[in-house]
Design a protein around this ligand. Sequence first.
Ligand SMILES: [Zn+2]
Ligand SMILES: [Zn+2]
Length: 580
Amino acid sequence: MELNLKKHHDDLLFLPLGGANEIGMNLNLYYFKSKFLMIDCGVGFAYNIPGINMMTPDISFIKQNRHNLVGIVLTHIHEDHMGAVQYLWEELKVPVYATQFGANFLRSKLSEYRLDKTVPIHIIDGNKSLNLAPFELDFIGLTHSVPEMKAVLIKTSLGNVLHTGDWKFDPDPIIGEVSEIEKIKKLGDNQEILAMICDSTNAINEGHSRSEGELYDSLRSLIAQRKGLVGVATFAPNIARVHTIAKIAKELGRKIVLAGYSLQRLYEVGKKSGFFLEDYGFISDREIKHYSKNEILVICTGCQGEEMAAVRKIALGNHNFINFTKNDLMIFSSKIIPGNEKKIFELFDLLAKKQIDVMTEKDHFVHVSGHPSRDELRQMYHLARPKISIPVHGEFIHTKAHCELALECGISRIIQAENGVAIRISRDLSATEIVGKVKSGYFGIDGNQLIDLKSEIIKERKKLQEAGIVIISIAVNDCLKIINRAKIITVGSYDLNRDEESEDFLRQEISLFFKNRARELDLHDGLGLSFLKKKKKRLKIHENKIFQDLENQLRAKLLKIFEELMGKRPALEVIIHLVD
Ligand SMILES: [Zn+2]
Ligand SMILES: [Zn+2]
């Protein structure tokens, strides 16, 4: 049922366009009194789409309503929360709100797209309310793998919604603040939270997520035992992890090299925002040669197996300055994200072939998650005491488990959202329900353009990837006699050079086709196509129709031949030119 906004002027709606029943691409809308508020604007990984590695949510719906969009609030710096701003800005053009660190990080990214001076970024003060009428926002700091992660309390006259963003309860986060549990408890005790929209990433994991502080102990002892070069691959924006590793390196007397552009950017922005102020002994990769191997620790980008990233270059022996050899160690201090396994294991293999030791979360305690396990979720429900729970930020299996947990915690109304649904949030819990759907989907980031993943371009590209293309260009005269030889080009489909017999057959079939058509149309000298065209014109039939028909008929015929030759269908284009 398509959403009819006019009917909901007096309702409070939650409308996720991305991030519901998937990990990545968080983009959430709230609607109240004809205005929209956007929380987060993220990207996600794309799989099995030729030429496209990243994608954004389809924002057609909010683009149509952008004059009513009061702003975009960004909860934290992760790509799945702010990575789409530069791609979608042109379509939205509304003010963006972020913490100081978030703003510095975003500006640095936008400068690559020459948008840093164009996008108006306003700084959030975590201790003050922000009025984006008709919404009033309060912020609650929660621990995550990056500092300054802010949950948003959206206050309206119809009730308040706690949009948690990504969080965990970590008493020892190494960097950034401890979760502001007291703030949440106070809101819960006063029954001020009507609905909670909450992180489901680890909703299938029992227990409590482990602390960054505990991880520090484990990584320190693993690295302390090593004599050779040590590398740690992690997510570039995981500033907490970079901080943990930097601290260990300093204590163990190793200089730190940041390998990969995104890590260097994180370091620069972090420094500007008040992190990394202590002298940790960062050096550039060029300076490595002045030190012995046991004096260096390399932090690398590319933990998900990304093509151009530092750890892949190191694994391939292609890095200009960093050379890992036998008995050196590479630690993957990161999660193996489902969908990326193939690329990641290929990378482990490359390293193993060079006799480089590899440690991963599968075999050693080298990573902790930045998201809540089930005990933390339970704790959150007991603190916040919402009436309504709408789990997001997880695959279906995670949001389903989260729904079951919310039920166990005594939550009265629970809705498993999906992208594109509009959910009415009401104090009347029976009226809290899905009230309609809007367009949702994905745009692939394809070089400089965004392409709808349901579009013909993607279908065609997949087809080309699957079976290649055949292009046949034929010049004919007025009586459909072939002039010169037909040009047959096969790209990534069938090698005709090695199969003269098939090529001869193909040419015979083409010439037979034109002979038959000429006969059927009764074409002969003096009474060719041009005459026919005139005649058809009088009959009000489009003159190009004859050619279009010929091309389509020949295409269908040749496609059958190629299908038999190849056992599958290539893309096939037939072009017929009329020459004098
Ligand atoms: Zn995050
Ligand atoms: Zn996230």
